[in-house]
Ligand binder design. Structure first.
Ligand code: FAD
Length: 497
């Protein structure tokens, strides 16, 4: 059977590898890091485990089409426990008396609660909840490519028809950014809550689809998080007879006579019948090919992602504290009494996640805290590193955040056991993504773009990864991995297994 080489053992690479192996191909994945998962990862520091790549998993809900895919690739098994805590997040508002505004998954509860918090927002709250209900049946499309011979067919048209009420709302909701949508609400705590769920530069469709996903009982957090998800998939791939070569950075994909013929690693050529590139496509089209890929779709991807604010990246702060915070909600957002500047942006609120010792994320009686400061800070961190101030600036950011957190959580005062700041440079170094970015924003008023997993003019070459379809993240990675394997099967006349 044909010999397939895959670049990258992130979620997309593992998915492509599993489906290609199930279809009977010989498959080897080359991964530059020492573990699988790519951006879907967590890290250990002094007994604390910091969840770094998964806050919720779309498709964790049993009746979603994507759930079948997660099960087929071994990410979810019979033993996987999925947590769907309600409320999903809480806004802890303290100006003018303490108020906790909760983002419940239960839509009826959410409507009653928000209307009680802000009666004058009642019409807008009702409209939001109606939209959430419309999006409960909405799910990410899992389709088969045309003219594919397959053992099991993807969900039929009926699934698509169930989405009709949501489909009719797509255009109006796409026209407005989350920031502009939230601004229509009079109560500042509701505004903060709505802008804390996803990056507020996304369009409102993305927000409502996410809230619909939560309301459907989907979007849970799997026990063990990123590490377990990636390890389960790597285990599934290896159990099928696939090989992963860790610590192998691919330098180039060889193209000869219009076909991919192998990979170059450490100056050595490894021949292949076909290659699937599952590293960040945006980086790959320029760095892994000589000359760079200039097809229309690749040009479009560069144009769409190089515009200001399109790339999602972050500074990621993790803090281990010798304090048991398990009586608190797991996800909290709050406004800052004293906003501060970071990388040219004024930070006016923070959102943090709590992970507890009882769940294995910290020593007994202790807690792990993680926070994301979103925004394009790549240039800032790069400059600071070049000027020898990288560590100093990391400490400064940590101290600003700690000062704000200590006011919110007095129990952590003097209890910090470990802290760490990962920057876009960290993500770039470990995952090879463009400027350390791990998703792309679809801004309001722009069309969602799906990129082809198979180039037009180069044979035996396929692409998969978060960058290839909106909204990105692990669902896009797993789906495009499956699609790339389908093209492979069709081209080689093989039944997709
Ligand atoms: C803080 C944070 C929170 C997130 N939260 C969520 C969430 O809640 N839900 C969600 O769905 N998604 C979330 N994501 C996004 C999600 O983790 C990523 O979009 C997804 O994992 C991307 O998978 P991928 O396989 O496309 O790419 P990657 O993860 O980038 O994998 C690419 C792999 O290729 C390897 N590689 C790169 N270059 C080379 C080379 N030259 N040779 C060999 N190997 C190479 C890398 O090491 C990596 O393993 C989050 C990400 C972050 C960082």
């Amino acid at each position: 059977m044909a010999n397939i080489l895959i670049v990258g053992a992130g979620i997309a690479g593992l998915s492509a590898g599993i489906y290609a192996r199930k279809s009977g191909f010989e498959v080897t994945i080359y991964e530059s890091h020492t573990i699988p998962g790519g951006n879907c990862t967590s890290w250990q520091r002094k007994g604390y485990l910091f969840e770094g790549g998964l806050h919720w998993l779309t498709g964790s809900g049993a009746d979603k089409p994507l759930n079948r895919v997660w099960r087929e690739v071994g990410a979810l098994t019979e033993e996987t426990r999925v947590e769907t805590g309600d409320p999903f997040t809480v806004c802890d508002w303290r100006a003018g008396g303490r108020l906790q505004v909760c983002l419940y998954r239960d839509v009826a509860k959410l409507e009653t609660h928000l209307c009680a918090v802000s009666p004058e927002d009642t019409p807008r709250i009702r409209e939001l909840c109606r939209d959430i209900i419309r999006f409960i049946a909405f799910s990410m499309p899992v389709m088969d490519i045309f003219f594919l011979k397959t053992v099991v067919k993807a969900p039929s048209l009926v699934t698509l028809l169930r989405m009709l009420p949501a489909v009719l709302r797509i255009i109006p909701l796409s026209a407005l950014s989350v920031t502009d949508y939230a601004a229509k609400f009079k109560h500042p705590a509701i505004r903060l809550l709505l802008t804390s769920v996803i990056n507020p530069s996304y369009d409102t469709l993305s927000l409502v689809a996410t809230l619909g996903c939560f309301a459907a009982g989907d979007g849970g957090y799997i026990e063990g998080g990123s590490l377990v998800l990636a390890a389960n998939m790597a285990k599934c791939f290896e159990a099928l007879g696939g090989h992963i070569r860790y610590g192998k950075k691919v330098e180039k994909v060889l193209i000869r006579a219009g076909k991919a013929t192998g990979l170059v690693i450490g100056g050595e050529t490894i021949p292949a019948d076909a290659c699937i590139v599952c590293t960040d496509t945006l980086a790959a089209v320029d760095t892994l090919f000589d000359p760079p890929i200039r097809e229309g779709w690749a040009r479009r991807m560069r144009v769409k992602t190089f515009r200001p604010g399109a790339l999602i990246m972050c500074s990621f702060i993790s803090i281990g504290v010798e304090a048991d915070l398990s009586s608190l909600p797991e996800s909290i957002t709050f406004p800052l009494e004293h906003p501060f500047e970071h990388a040219g942006r004024i930070i006016t609120g923070l959102a943090y996640k709590l992970y507890f010792g009882s769940a294995g994320y910290a020593p007994k009686g202790c807690s792990a805290i993680t926070l994301i400061i979103a925004g394009d800070s790549y240039g800032y961190w790069k400059r600071e590193r070049e000027q020898g101030r990288y560590d100093e600036r990391k400490r400064e950011l940590f101290e600003q955040i700690l000062a704000a957190l200590e006011k919110q959580l007095p129990a952590i005062k003097g209890k910090v056991a470990v802290w760490d700041v990962a920057t876009p440079l960290t993500y770039e170094r470990y995952c090879g993504t463009y400027h350390g970015s791990w998703m792309t924003i679809t801004p309001a008023g722009t069309k969602r773009v799906f990129y082809p997993c198979k180039p037009k003019r180069i044979g035996n070459l396929y692409f998969a990864g978060q960058r290839m379809m909106p909204p990105g993240g692990t669902p896009a990675a797993v789906i495009t991995g499956r699609t790339a394997a389908q093209y492979l099967c069709r081209d080689f006349g093989v039944v997709f297994g």
